[in-house]
Design a protein around this ligand. Structure first.
Ligand code: HEM
Length: 216
């Protein structure tokens, strides 16, 4: 079967470095609260290190360097190349409902560009959570280095925002992965996040607007 290119190697590295470091950040972030001793996670073989606050924080810092670098790269790389296919468009909310209904067998899916309307809406949600986490996380680091001095009140507001958006991040991640895994029609997209390619037939039917542009 003929394949067409959907994601470059750079885009795949970008996505998976954000995904893997994001999951590590969530895990170690919860560990910083600290939660793992209370719930006996530290007793699980291989998870003993989660009992040590210093080690958990160190892993959180290392993962945050990868995460923040990839986020900054994403903004500049796609911004400079003027690739704005993931930004929402007029009619996306209405069309998202149509796509979701079509996924459960009701009605016909509207023709889609490279990304589905709900992917563009999800992108804004994921993006806002990621940016808030990044900015509040950077403020936490600068405050620890004593490069900026915050009043105790400002410091606790920053910490509360960081922690709450951390929890929101869990929800957007579960939602994002759930939508990919639960709907069979999304499985070829998961494959393309590893290989870079989708079947030509899939693109022709599901992303007809993108397919037409791709062929011209
Ligand atoms: C911290 C974790 C993650 C973040 C921040 C993230 C972010 C994103 C973003 C912004 C997109 C662009 C389109 C969209 O909004 O749907 C995307 C696409 C995608 N992601 Fe993730 N992702 C994460 C984890 C994962 C994981 C664990 C999987 C594995 C199931 C996954 C699978 C995919 C797939 C299949 C696409 C669609 C690609 C396409 O349209 O061709 N992501 N991700």
């Amino acid at each position: 079967m003929k394949k067409i290119k959907r994601h470059s190697l750079i885009e795949r590295i970008e996505h998976w470095s954000i995904a893997v470091s994001g999951i590590i950040l969530l895990f170690t972030g919860l560990g910083c609260l600290p939660l793992y001793k209370r719930y006996y996670i530290t007793e699980i073989p291989g998870f003993g290190w989660t009992a040590d606050f210093y080690t958990v924080t160190l892993v959180h810092y290392v993962a945050s360097i990868i995460f923040v670098s990839a986020v900054i790269f994403h903004i500049f790389y796609h911004g400079l190349r003027k690739e704005f296919g993931l930004l929402p468009r007029r009619g996306d909310i209405k069309n998202s409902f149509k796509v979701i209904l079509a996924m459960i067998g009701i009605g016909k899916e509207p023709p889609s560009d490279k990304y589905l309307p709900e992917q563009r809406i999800a992108y804004v949600g994921i993006g806002l959570v990621v940016l808030t986490l990044t900015v509040t996380g950077i403020i936490k680091v600068l405050k620890n280095l004593e490069w900026i001095i915050l009043s105790p009140q400002a410091e606790s507001i920053n910490t509360i925002i960081h922690t709450l958006t951390g929890f929101l991040f869990i929800f957007v991640l579960i939602f994002h992965v759930g939508v990919v895994l639960l709907f069979k029609s999304n499985w070829p997209l998961l494959k393309s996040m590893f290989t870079g390619y989708v079947d030509e037939e899939y693109a022709k039917h599901r992303h007809s607007l993108w397919y037409r542009k791709y062929k011209n």
